[in-house]
Design a protein around this ligand. Structure first.
Ligand code: SF4
Length: 96
């Protein structure tokens, strides 16, 4: 991994996707431009396979019904309303 480079992983979406994944992934990508840390960030569409599929990520979100999960290192750490998901993700990224 290149020093201070963020890697963004997003799931390909499928029938289980529960959030507006493309829109959220685009916004996360935009906001990550001002983050300069050597981290992997995952944006996943569901809580079933999202954390597992992103287990190599340092931090990420997984969509749920009207809410989303924040996970770190493949473990769920917090559940937040969908509209707060991106802000919460970035609060956690600041703490990394
Ligand atoms: S993380 Fe969930 S929504 Fe995304 S592709 Fe995998 S199963 Fe589908």
């Amino acid at each position: 991994m290149i020093e201070n480079e963020v890697q963004l992983i997003s799931c390909p979406t499928c029938g289980r996707t529960q959030i507006d994944l493309i829109k959220i992934a685009n916004e996360v990508e935009e906001r990550l431009r001002s983050v300069h840390k050597p981290i992997r960030v995952a944006v996943m569409g569901c809580p079933v396979n999202g954390p597992g599929e992103a287990k190599n990520a340092d931090i990420g979100i997984a969509g749920g019904k009207g809410c989303g999960l924040i996970f770190k290192k493949g473990e769920i750490v917090k559940k937040v309303p969908e509209e707060q998901l991106i802000d919460e993700l970035f609060s956690e990224i600041e703490r990394l």
